[in-house]
Design a protein around this ligand. Structure first.
Ligand code: SAM
Length: 285
């Protein structure tokens, strides 16, 4: 079944009485060049189990299943299940989990379903939870080799920004702490049904197998980073002190100890400075 043929897609959706949910970020890929590229650049290959987040009608799922040993896909929208039964009926290596990815036990899923396989994540992410999903995948320290995802162009710019520059955010620190990130290719809004208001881009994060900090230090580090960036107009000391409930004097003293001014802004700190500051602050708390 050609899931990038508009008439075929319209016919399936109509027969099942399906209407797109904006709230669930449902923009399905209809450009035939995109899914094979995501699959090929995203490690969908022999020896791999691929975790997909958000199947839609299965256009990317099918391309992943053609190449990888197994595909497990988490899809929240129950209305898509009968559609997927039809569109993916040719495959015997796909398992759909009708769940919210934010609540799904991904560690258990990977351990049970991808035994003896490497794991890669590939997805056209629902835009409303791009950052939470990526942070969840990273912070859970899951045994994943790579995360290849389509995101809105501005999100891609933030993900691929340099830590310590104005374009960076907590997510930039996250991807650069856990791995290395690369922008792969841009995708125009006309490649989707319905067409969104913005263009998209596909990025890939290759995850480090080792972590620089202990799990406990890492948790504290990301509390500091998220607090700092959530009020980025304020100085790092002001936002961290108010959101983490740490007396400002302690934050000043930690900044001073690592050679930073009291007026430092979180976005101007590079990775080494952020880590040194967070560890110093943790030591003082
Ligand atoms: N992969 C398909 C494609 O490229 O055509 C669909 C991509 S669409 C941008 C996002 C998909 O994620 C939708 O199918 C939507 O129902 C699903 N979704 C939205 N929120 C979700 C969540 N919290 N957990 C799992 N799936 C979700």
């Amino acid at each position: 079944m050609n899931l990038t043929n508009i008439n075929t897609v319209r016919d399936i959706l109509e027969r099942h009485g399906f209407s797109f949910s904006k709230g669930l970020g449902q923009n399905f890929i209809i450009n035939p060049d995109i899914c094979p590229k995501i699959a090929e650049m995203g490690n969908a290959q022999s020896g791999y189990g691929v975790l997909e987040i958000g199947t839609g009608i299965g256009v990317l799922t099918a391309e992943l299943a053609k190449r990888a040993d197994k595909v497990c896909a988490v899809e929240i929208d129950t209305r898509l299940l009968p559609i997927l039964e039809e569109t993916l009926s040719d495959f015997d290596n796909i398992k759909i989990f009708n769940e919210d990815v934010m609540k799904c036990d991904l560690r258990k899923l990977i351990a049970e379903e991808f035994q003896g396989l490497h794991t890669a994540v590939c997805a056209n992410l629902p835009y409303y939870i791009t950052s939470p999903v990526i942070m969840l995948l990273l912070e859970s320290r899951l045994p994943i080799d790579s995360i290849t995802v389509m995101v809105q162009k501005e999100a891609a710019q933030r993900l691929c920004a340099k830590v310590g520059t104005r374009d960076s955010g907590a997510i930039t620190v996250g991807v650069n702490y856990y791995g290395t990130v690369k922008s792969l290719f841009n995708v125009s809004r006309g490649s989707f049904m319905p067409a969104p208001n913005v263009d998209s881009a596909v990025i890939r994060i290759d995850l480090h197998s080792e972590h620089r900090l202990s799990e406990e230090d890492e948790k504290f580090f990301f509390r500091v980073v998220k607090s700092g960036f959530s009020q980025r107009r304020k100085t790092a000391a002001n936002s961290i002190s108010s959101l983490m409930g740490i007396p400002k004097e302690k934050v000043y003293s930690a900044l001073k100890a690592v050679g930073l001014p009291e007026t430092a802004r979180i976005e101007s700190l590079d990775m080494e400075q952020l880590i040194a500051f967070a560890l110093e602050l943790k030591g003082q708390c």
